[in-house]
Ligand binder design. Structure first.
Ligand SMILES: NC(=O)c1ccc[n+]([C@@H]2O[C@H](COP(=O)([O-])OP(=O)(O)OC[C@H]3O[C@@H](n4cnc5c(N)ncnc54)[C@H](O)[C@@H]3O)[C@@H](O)[C@H]2O)c1
Ligand SMILES: CC(=O)N[C@H]1[C@@H](OP(=O)(O)OP(=O)(O)OC[C@H]2O[C@@H](n3ccc(=O)[nH]c3=O)[C@H](O)[C@@H]2O)O[C@H](CO)[C@H](O)[C@@H]1O
Length: 338
């Protein structure tokens, strides 16, 4: 069974390719490499002994996509391709709508031409905005997003709902990720942000490896156990396995199904910093700074529905996440730029 992975050379995509290959799926990757390196796929190949087919193609190029669907018997698509930097999305919103929204529409059009009706979509907990309570359940209000990136995810969710309503042959899994972190335990693939990281874990990792001076903790006056922001960090391998679990439901089911992929546990910025200090066995410098505009106090999932319906549950701990991030970062201080 061939599964098309858009954005498969990226952080979550490469980990998902690896798990799919280990589970004996045939994997076809489409990625324009705008935020990744083909070397991630070479490393997936050396870890699994299997080579994913790779097309350096932009999902907005329908002719190039058609060629992929012609050359492979694709049964389902896992759709990671898109831009993901919140700050950048406020500077160049049209690029975000073009890649994330138009790109998805073009992908769906080509899927329809080839009668491929199964798609697993990478959404984000950002669609919940500032939740009225935690833990967050899938039926909480969505759409109060504060930036173009979040809006693009929300818009795609709506497009998938409308498409499924128009034709019952469509089958969509919408996966709302909480905060993906960590790396494969081999230390051979991991997150490789370009420039200075915006997200907490890669930032801490670069402080630990000496590339950045200190962590700036954005706020210590939130109503949380230590005043710093609380999030639901999920190991990227657990997240990858969530995609396999969602994919399996596609052969028995139809319509749109939405799942929170999180652990259900909240950790603060300082919790994560101290866990990382244990993993790398050194003290890491930090300074308390004002709150970052747009941040919320706390965000963590109620993952019960995913467990009930997918039989999937995150099992890796914060200790696993920090240990694996440290192994990846210390063995690849410059990421995939060897
Ligand atoms: N990492 C997170 O924290 C997080 C959280 C929630 C949701 N998501 C979503 O999950 C998906 C994967 O995220 P990631 O962290 O692996 O990001 P990533 O940037 O590492 O991976 C995305 C991949 O898509 C490719 N790509 C981008 N635009 C493309 C296009 N038009 N055509 C073909 N390829 C294109 C990039 O080169 C990259 O390899 C994204 O859709 C992201 O929005 C990520
Ligand atoms: C507003 C925003 O950007 N939202 C995105 C960001 O969520 P988050 O803001 O939840 O993720 P993040 O990793 O940027 O921040 C997590 C927590 O760490 C804090 N922090 C972060 C960096 C730092 O240098 N110092 C620091 O204190 C931050 O204030 C927050 O409390 O990333 C997610 C993926 O993981 C999603 O893509 C979200 O859409």
């Amino acid at each position: 069974m061939s599964i098309l992975i858009t954005g498969g050379a990226g952080y979550i995509g490469s980990h998902t390719c690896l798990e799919l290959l280990n589970a004996d799926y045939d994997v076809v990757v489409v990625d324009n490499l705008c935020n990744s390196h083909e070397i991630s796929l070479h490393r997936v190949e050396s870890l699994t002994g299997k080579r994913p087919a790779f097309y350096p193609v932009d999902i907005r190029n329908k002719d190039a996509l058609r060629k992929v669907f012609t050359e492979h018997s694709i049964e389902a698509v896992i759709h990671f391709a898109g831009l993901k930097a919140v700050g950048e999305s406020t500077q160049i919103p049209l690029a975000y709508f073009d890649n994330n929204v138009s790109g998805t529409v073009k992908l769906l059009e080509v899927m329809e031409e080839f009668d491929v009706r199964h798609l697993v979509f990478s959404s984000s907990a950002t669609v919940y905005g500032d939740p009225h309570e935690v833990p967050i359940k899938e039926d909480f209000p969505v759409g109060q997003v504060t930036n173009p990136y979040g809006r693009s995810k929300f818009m795609v969710e709506e497009i998938l709902q409308d498409t499924a309503t128009s034709d019952q042959r469509w089958n969509f899994s919408i996966l709302r990720y909480f905060n993906p972190v960590g790396a494969h335990e081999s230390g051979m693939i991991g997150e490789d942000p370009s420039g200075i990281p915006n997200n907490l874990m890669p930032y801490i990792a670069q402080v630990a490896v000496g590339k950045l001076e200190q962590l700036n903790v954005f706020g210590n006056d939130y109503p949380t156990h230590d005043g710093s922001g609380v999030r639901d960090y999920i190991h990227v391998v657990d997240l990858a396995l969530g995609h396999l679990a969602a994919l399996k439901t596609h052969w028995i089911d139809h319509g749109v199904h939405i799942y929170n992929l999180g652990t259900g546990k909240g950790s603060s910025v300082l919790d994560m910093l101290h866990a990382f200090e244990k993993a790398c066995d050194k003290q890491l410098p930090y300074q308390i700074q004002p709150r970052r505009p747009g941040d919320i106090a706390q965000c963590y999932a109620d993952p019960a529905y995913a467990e009930e319906r997918l039989g999937w549950k995150a099992t890796r701990t914060v200790e696993d996440m920090t240990r694996d991030t440290w192994r990846w970062q210390s063995e690849n201080p410059n990421g995939f730029n060897e």
